[in-house]
Design a protein around this ligand. Sequence first.
Ligand code: FRU
Length: 924
Amino acid sequence: MHPNIARMTSVFRSTLTYILLLFLLIACEPKEEKKFVIGFSQCVSNDAWRQAMHEEMYRELSFYPTLQLEIKDAKGNSETQIENIREFQKMGVDLLIVSPNESEPITGIVEEVFRSGIPVIVIDRKINSNQYSAYIGGDNYEIGQTVGQYIKNTYPGYSDILEIWGLRGSSPAKDRHQGLQQALEGTDFEFKYQIEGEWEREVAKERFRKFLTDNRDASFDLIFCHNDVMAISAGELCKEFGIENVKIIGIDALPGPRAGLQAVSDGILDATFFYPTGGDKAIETAWRILSNENYEKENLLQTAAVDFSNVRIMKQQTDRIINQQANISRQTEMIASQIEIYQSQRGLLIVFGITLFVAIGSLVYVFKSLKDKQVINEELKKKNGEILSQQEQIIEYSQKAEQATQHKLEFFTNVSHEFRTPLTLIQGPVEEMLNSKDIPQYKDDLLLIRKNTYRLLRLVNQLMDFRKIDHGHMGVKVSELALVPFFEEIMSVFTKTANTNHIRFKLLCEEPGLKLWFDPVMMDKVVFNLLSNSFKFTPSKGFIYIRIFQDILKHEVVIQVEDNGEGMDQEEILHVFDRFYQGNSGIRKVGTGLGLALAKELVEAQHGQINVRSRLGESTVFEIRMKMGNAHFGKDEFLATDYRGLILDHESYVSEFLEKNSSKETPQSEKTILVIEDDADIREYLRKGLSGRYQILEAQDVETAFSKATDMVPDLITCDLMIKNENGLDLISRLKKDPRTASIPVIVISAKSSQEDLLEGIKSGVEDYMTKPFSMTVLLERINAILLNRSKIEQHFLHALPVSENKAVDGKPEKSDKKFINSFNSVIEKHLSNPDFGVNDICMELGLSRGQLYRKVKSALGYSVNDYINKVRLKKAKFLLGNKEHSIAEIAFQTGFKTAAYFSTVFKNTYDLTPSEFREKLLE
Ligand code: FRU
């Protein structure tokens, strides 16, 4: 492992341990305990004793953080207290503490609450029932008794007691009185006066003042008050009223100013009795109840007498207790603030923990990314290695492929070479047979064989030249030669073709003596190929010019071969020098695609350049640029001997042009045949096969075919069924529908040979149907038969009278007349059975006006239209009368006579015989 990664791993481990500890710490935080709400119904709370009780409670509560205390003050009113308790009940407090204002009124509600399941602690004052959970408070009866004992012991001579009562309805008041009464029973002590103080300082003072005022002569020597606050106010009043030597005793013994202990100490009171509030005990008991711990039901708190003899110690002790309590409060506050600090620090710690966690998370992510990157890098290295080895493999394969190609080429060359022998063997006998005069019927076939043999030979030779070039065996051998004679010699072999096709074929050179260093064998092939190419694409009456001139600036000789043939588009120009590129075969004549590629190789082998400029449909210029001088040739590139013996026989190669274009045979017949065929070779084959007997028109597409058929009105049409992806049958039915061509017989020659095709052909009205390959002899026979038959029919009913005697001298119509007569006749024939058929119908069908029709018929046939129609009707009738298939009446109808009688009359007027007489004579 990389040292950095190892270090990171150890840091990561220790940080993770730290985080785990942190989360443990957070997790160890004591669980939030259930909170308890304690409702405290206080009877009154505006005096020091009650305040002391509350303080004790709160102090005790600090030990029980889950306890929450809520105090409601009844303000000395029992009704109010009942309401307060009900509110607590509604709130659903967990425990109720009650210090009843009065026993009787409060008992019912306390019982109710207790019975409802809420624990109740009764404190200080009692109810008239034991239906509560616990009682906490001093034993007031005992306190009363203790007070009695104290009085008996301390003040034996004092007997008249003035008693100031607490609230009569409250239990402490009753108990204290009864306890005292019980203790003083059987003594001289007498409860001489009783005043209702109701536990309140002011109430007691008011009522005692009234008593003193009202009873000026009242005598008493001891005042017993149920609590200190009432005792102190009694003492103050005694002083005010100048009453001396009266002992005053209270209860509570609270510390603090104007409270019991101080009053004893100050001599205002003679004695007081300690009455604990029990606030702390109440909270502790509440906690026990709520936490289901054991607790005492009755908790009676101890009392003690405080008088002049022990007040100092008591004060000291209570002061100390107060101090300690203050300390405890302070400490409690400190603890609370510590807890607060702890809480906030804990919060911070959590935030810190989370931040740390996120940071560690990021660190882990970075760490992982680093690791992943390392893995990816290693994978990439591996892949790189693989790619390198694949590359090596590819190189190895390509070398092998090259080797294989090489082998293939060698094989190909060998095979090509092998072709030459049999081709030559074919060529010889064919030449011989052509020269012999015994086999004229095979001449066309032999010429076709010879043409294709030469074509193959040339192809094989070119292939071998390529092979030589590829292998560097085609060494350049240059001589300095005059260009004009050299070119003229090559041109001479094309002259015949040029003349036959009326092509202007010229050499344009302003310097007849211009010389150039070049390889004559190579250049011969170059020029020959360029000229072959031009002748292939140049139409009749076009031109092919060879221009030779010097480009002085570039020190070059320029040779241009220009023609106004089909031209090339950009795509063809781009590939014209590619091997086996054949251009757009839809337009161009099929070539091998080798000649121009070879020309380029050969020019470049002589350190020259060749390029082409062409415009589609206009012209093409091949331009060769050869460097002047001989400095660019190597020592071994010069030719020692004469080149002439090295150049192959041109004549044989041009034969294909010669054969194609020469029309050695003069037509033996005036009949014209239109050959509709898109395959150049088959067209050529047909042309050659038929041209000996007929005049041939050619069409390689549908439109040309239709226009030639309608313009030239041939005597017969041969038609292919697939003409440049168009349906030949469509063309045939178009021709059959057109009145100008409807009567021309059609022979279909098609590669399609199924029954359906045959049927379709016959349905379209063709006269014959031949499938490829076909025999020329058979075709000639059929054409002959059809044409003969035609002329017989014509003889019978049309051509016997096509032209009036006073028309042409030789009786033959002109070409344009023939076309018109043909259309005119086919319209008449179509409507012949219609007796109402007349001039108007013919004008409509032929698109001529009446005047035009009359003039044309008169000039071509020498008759008026109606006369001619009548003659045709009678001619056809005569023809039909020749066999007995139809009755005279039927013939009359078929030939457009309204009645048989009318037919007989007209027939007799013309031929001096009735139709039946004519028939009889004919069939004799
Ligand atoms: C305070 C007080 C005390 C007395 C007690 C009796 O309100 O009056 O002085 O001891 O109540 O319930």
